[in-house]
Design a binder for this molecule. Structure first.
Ligand SMILES: Cc1ncc(COP(=O)(O)O)c(C=O)c1O
Length: 360
């Protein structure tokens, strides 16, 4: 069996242990005589998986009992409109920090549905950083502040979660959820397309605090109201069963690694190794993200010219290092090093970086 070092930005690498368990359980899930893919979402086997997954999200992220965990379809992009649909009232204004392509997409959806205040924008700086403490201009009567905690394309990430006082904080955590220890209780709503750090594509995790949910608008179409999902434990209609099952296994894997503290340690080591390799060769490798905003999950890098970047990607591929091409909107190289990226993959990568620089 050949396993590449997989830097795909999402869908992305999953823990090998999880994949093996899926393989083992696939044809006969826990004695049910069928695979989980074929099981009814009303069957006791799946309901147990759903309940366990919800409980694990609570446990691993350290949420209090006043948080609701739901599983939805539609990807994180659907959340861009569901958040304002549910929480931006006719006489209200929502605040947004524009820190990259996805943050900006989220803001544009809100602008279609109501009034938006741009609390911070890094657009003029080509999205090379996120705001420092005190740089967010947040009116106290905002319906909420929306941030994207990790900017997958640009390779920037908030190192500290902004303080928003009484303004509810809403975050797109698609690319850094469960990657380090943060206080998840600071958020009123979190959403994450699960296909990077938590599961396969098809399921979006949404976490909502009760006091915020109580403010949700009524009269929305059933499937667009968060309350429908909360009231029915995500089983109002057919949920993305396979994605929820894999999320449960990934959360068990995270627990086995020492929870978020253990995962943080591993991620810190991995990102330090790549950033050190970049910083050791400043004439050859350049990280466009400003140092204090550097992402732990998506490391972006430029080489002296595009030909060398293409050569880097092609030669890396020959060595089994795949998925390194930067997003089409920014170019360059991107190392997406989510939780499941093994340390050996990073070791191989820094050796390759050194060899490539010397021979070019
Ligand atoms: C931070 C962030 N938000 C939103 C999205 C869009 O997610 P989806 O494709 O699940 O709609 C992505 C996808 O890469 C992302 O990285």
């Amino acid at each position: 069996m050949k396993r590449n070092v997989n830097f795909n930005p999402g869908p992305a690498v999953l823990p090998l242990e999880v994949l093996k368990q899926v393989q083992e359980e696939l044809l006969d899930f826990q004695g049910s005589g069928m695979s989980i893919l074929e099981s009814s979402h009303r069957a006791k086997e799946f309901e147990a998986v759903n309940d366990q997954c919800m409980a694990l999200v609570h446990e691993v992220l350290g949420l209090g009992p006043n948080y609701q965990v739901i599983f939805m379809g539609g990807g994180a992009s659907t959340q861009f409109c569901l958040v304002p649909m549910n929480f931006l009232g006719a006489n209200q204004t929502a605040a947004y920090c524009d820190t990259g392509e996805f943050a900006s997409k989220a803001m544009k959806e809100a602008q279609m549905l109501g009034k938006v205040h741009v609390a911070y924008s890094a657009k003029a700086e080509k999205y090379t950083r996120v705001p420092k403490a005190g740089e967010i201009n947040l009116p106290a009567d905002s319906a909420y502040l929306h941030i994207c905690t990790n900017n997958t394309i640009e390779g920037t990430e908030y190192q500290q979660i902004p303080e928003t006082g009484n303004v509810p904080l809403v975050a797109d955590m698609s690319s850094d959820i469960a990657s380090r220890v943060i206080d998840y209780k600071k958020f009123s709503l979190i959403y994450a397309g699960a296909q990077k750090n938590l599961s396969a594509a098809g399921v979006t995790l949404v976490i909502i605090r009760d006091d915020f949910l109580a403010k949700a608008k009524t009269g929305l179409p059933t499937m667009f109201a968060y309350k429908t999902f909360v009231d029915n434990k995500s089983l109002y209609n057919t949920p993305p069963v396979f994605g929820i099952y894999i999320m449960k296994l990934v959360l068990e894997w995270i627990k086995g690694k020492g929870g978020l503290a253990g995962i943080e340690k591993m991620n810190q080591t991995k990102k330090n190794m790549i950033y050190s390799a970049i910083d050791a060769a400043p004439d050859f490798y350049k990280g466009p993200a400003s140092k204090e905003s550097r992402s732990w999950m998506n490391i972006t890098m430029r080489l002296p010219n595009e030909d060398l970047e293409n050569k880097f990607v092609a030669e890396a591929k020959k060595e089994g290092l795949v998925g390194l091409k930067g997003h089409r909107s920014v170019g360059g190289i991107r190392f997406s090093i989510y939780n499941a990226m093994p340390l050996e993959g990073i070791q191989k990568t820094v050796e390759f970086m050194d060899k490539f620089r010397k021979s070019n």
